[in-house]
Design a protein around this ligand. Structure first.
Ligand code: SAM
Length: 223
């Protein structure tokens, strides 16, 4: 069982992680972020909507951005006062995220605490295909956009603190009709799958789009 042991992996476990990493996937995403560093920069519109409707009034806490890539959603949260842990396999993506975080810290904080912005971004280069544990009651918010590994669902549930929110958006099987996204069903949700997977949470918003992005979108909290 591989466990996430926090931001400071021991040298030995860091090396073990590196060796066991899916190097094909890492190379694919490193190449993509190197070739188009300007793509995946705007925060996801679903995160923006979910945030303004459900999260903008609660005090910022600790957030996890799973497979957060170049950090467009992490930075959105960071600017609003959240401490963000960004996990991803791509070191190029993580380096871009760190650059953006440094810039964001030089700009005005958008959180509503009036205390200035004490928030930080912690990046963790990790192969989420080998991870089975994200800790227990660790995060006030977990966001996951356009990444699917079903085996992580129980870990996500455990890692949310009571009262914590989950915001998840990724492609459904309908994406195959529209084209342009992953074409392996392993990476595509079945109808209602996300809803069923997180039915132990209080689901406050769920819907599926069948055109365009063809994605399922879920907002839920742990009671
Ligand atoms: C479609 S991108 C989405 C990135 C980000 N969530 C966003 O919305 O901007 C998918 C991300 O998953 C990451 N990824 C793919 N396989 C992974 C793995 N096995 N472990 C960790 N991250 C992985 C990629 O590096 C990439 O950043």
């Amino acid at each position: 069982m591989v466990q996430w042991v926090g931001p400071t992996l021991s040298p030995v476990s860091a090396i073990e992680h590196y060796i066991s990493m899916d190097s094909q996937e890492k190379t694919r995403w490193d190449t993509r972020y190197t070739e188009s560093p300007e793509s995946w920069t705007e925060p996801d519109d679903f995160l923006q909507r979910a945030y303004s409707e459900f999260l903008s009034k609660i005090p910022p806490g600790n957030a996890l951005d799973l497979a957060g890539g170049a950090g467009r959603n992490s930075i959105f949260l960071l600017e609003r006062g959240w401490n963000v842990t960004l996990m991803d396999i791509s070191e190029v993506g993580l380096a871009l995220a760190k650059e953006k975080a440094a810039k964001a810290h030089r700009q005005e904080c958008l959180c509503h605490t009036g205390l200035g912005c004490p928030s930080f971004l912690e990046t963790s280069q990790i192969d989420l295909n080998t991870l089975t544990d994200l800790g227990t009651d660790q995060f006030d918010l977990i966001v996951c956009f356009y990444f699917l590994r079903r085996e992580l669902f129980p870990a996500i549930l455990r890692a949310l603190k009571p009262g914590g929110f989950l915001i998840y958006r990724t492609y459904t099987i309908d994406r195959m009709k529209v084209g342009g996204g992953p074409d392996d069903p392993k990476y595509l949700l079945q109808p209602n799958e996300l809803l069923r997977a997180f039915s132990s949470l209080r689901v406050i918003d769920y819907h599926e789009t069948t055109e365009g992005k063809a994605a399922a979108e879920l907002i839920a909290w742990k009671s």
